[in-house]
Design a binder for this molecule. Structure first.
Ligand code: F6R
Length: 241
């Protein structure tokens, strides 16, 4: 597991953009695993800028997002479909048939999603954020690690953390469809970005704690190609060691 601390959040996220751009440069038909949330936005901005300058080309790239809320209209600006349109898909030459997100319809959707990832040859590079509770995708702390894409009931902590995007916590959907830990572990390379002091404990537990489904990201200790990029705040407890 590689761990790098950057001066600020922007630099940590842009470093993730560098790794994704390098992957696309090496392999034009790369399969990217993508994340939503506040953290990856600077990475998408960098990828868009490099696309505009002709440095990278998304014509043959395929993408699979980690998750989508259950029961949310894809046109709703708070859906992850809308988020990806806004921050990446509408800005680069990704072909619509090459972008994939769970539809958010439930269990049948989940099985089809795993088949589609498999059919694309698996994910070359998976971008991840992390929840304050150590979740990756929407794999919340649990008694067991999940394998494939599945329907998740969001924890109170995640509902509260995501309420900032909605009018109130009451409006945050209670369920999501998420890739499982098995899907994430099957990616050839994983890049996790964490920024802000409220992620410091999750980062420390991920890297130094026991491998446990109570801190889902801790399983990444077993991944053969995992890079964790943080700003000084999220890396604080690691720096204090
Ligand atoms: C988003 C996702 C989540 C977020 C995590 C952190 O697709 O899967 O695991 O990465 O909740 O969110 P932010 O970046 O908003 O702090």
């Amino acid at each position: 597991m590689e761990f790098h601390v950057y001066e600020n959040a922007r630099a940590a996220c842009e470093a993730a953009g560098v790794l994704i751009a390098a992957q696309i440069t090496r392999k034009g038909d790369s399969v990217l695993g993508l994340a939503t949330g506040s953290t990856p936005i600077p990475a998408y901005e960098m990828l868009t800028q490099w696309y505009d300058r002709g440095v990278i080309d998304f014509d043959r790239v395929r993408t699979f997002n980690l998750d989508e809320y259950v029961g949310i209209d894809h046109k709703n600006p708070l859906s992850y479909h809308a988020f990806m349109q806004e921050h990446l898909f509408s800005k680069v030459n990704l072909r619509p048939e090459n972008v994939h997100l769970p539809s958010g319809n439930g269990a049948a959707d989940a099985e089809a999603y795993d088949k589609a990832i498999h059919g694309a040859g698996g994910i070359d590079i998976q971008l991840l954020g992390i929840g304050r509770n150590g979740h990756i995708g929407f794999n919340e702390p649990a008694d067991d690690f999940t394998y494939g894409t599945h329907v998740v009931t969001l924890t109170a902590d995640t509902i509260e953390a995501n309420a900032r995007f909605f009018k109130s916590a009451d409006e945050v959907p209670r369920q999501a469809v998420s890739m499982g830990i098995g899907n994430i572990m099957a990616a050839k390379c994983v890049v996790l970005v964490a920024t802000g002091e409220n992620k410091a404990k999750a980062v420390y537990d991920t890297i130094r704690g026991p491998i446990t489904p109570r801190v889902p990201a801790s399983v990444l200790q077993l991944h053969p190609c995992c890079v964790i990029l943080t700003d000084r705040e999220a890396g604080k407890l690691m720096l204090e060691e």
